[in-house]
Design a protein around this ligand. Structure first.
Ligand SMILES: [Zn+2]
Length: 218
């Protein structure tokens, strides 16, 4: 069974045409999920291939919104090119964890420039997951701190759908729990139950279990 294929893209920033590595959907196998719902993959680690980067200007985003860019944001992103010059990232199927980590960092900065804080938070969260898989707890913790900042900014400033509000509250609680801040964790989970107790979202279900752990741990 083949794992990878190549898809064509046109960069919305520099207009170059290029191909990026994608994973065939039937090659994606989720074995289990961790307490923050991080998937554990059997076989290829999908976290390595969720972003698309233009090899010429390094514009980077998640695959599903690569082409959507307002002209004012294009200008903001073009200004970042100077800083990114000299960065060498391997983008093929042979990329390393370091290459994928650089991609997540670039994506986060670019989402901030686009004022998409939820997606910036998601970039840092997945960066943390990548480091967890690589057995790098200090790096994971740093990425979780940055994800927390962005989820908070998203919660305060963005007009979020109900699904995203639920996800933000869940991750604020879950990240605080993982960082050892039980009081804060309880506060966010309680806020989630107060506002969305009737939701059948998997986040609300998982949060109940997590809330019990932080509330009754000694
Ligand atoms: Zn480009």
């Amino acid at each position: 069974m083949r794992t990878f294929w190549h898809k064509s893209y046109v960069c919305p920033v520099c207009n170059s045409q290029f191909e990026a590595v994608r994973i065939f959907s039937n090659a994606i196998k989720i074995k289990s999920r961790e307490s923050d719902l991080k998937p554990v993959y059997d076989g290829v680690n999908v976290l390595m291939f969720q972003l698309v980067s233009c090899p010429k200007c390094l514009y980077t985003s998640f695959e599903d919104d690569f082409g959507e860019l307002q002209s004012s944001h294009v200008e903001a992103i073009k200004k970042m090119h100077e800083k990114l010059k000299g960065f060498e990232i391997e983008l093929s199927e042979n990329k390393s964890v370091r290459d994928a980590a650089v991609q997540y960092n670039i994506a986060a900065v670019m989402y901030v420039a686009r004022e998409k804080f939820f997606r910036a938070a998601e970039s840092f969260l997945k960066l943390a997951w990548l480091y967890r898989d690589a057995g790098a707890p200090d790096e994971e913790k740093k990425a979780l701190e940055r994800a927390k900042e962005m989820f908070l900014k998203s919660y305060m400033e963005e007009d979020l759908s109900e699904d995203r509000q639920i996800a933000v509250l869940f991750y604020l609680g879950e990240i605080e729990k993982r960082l050892g801040n039980r009081k804060e964790a309880t506060r966010w989970f309680s806020e989630l139950f107060k506002r969305f107790s009737k939701s059948d979202s998997i986040y609300v279900k998982q949060a109940r279990q997590e809330w019990q752990e932080v509330s009754f741990e000694k």
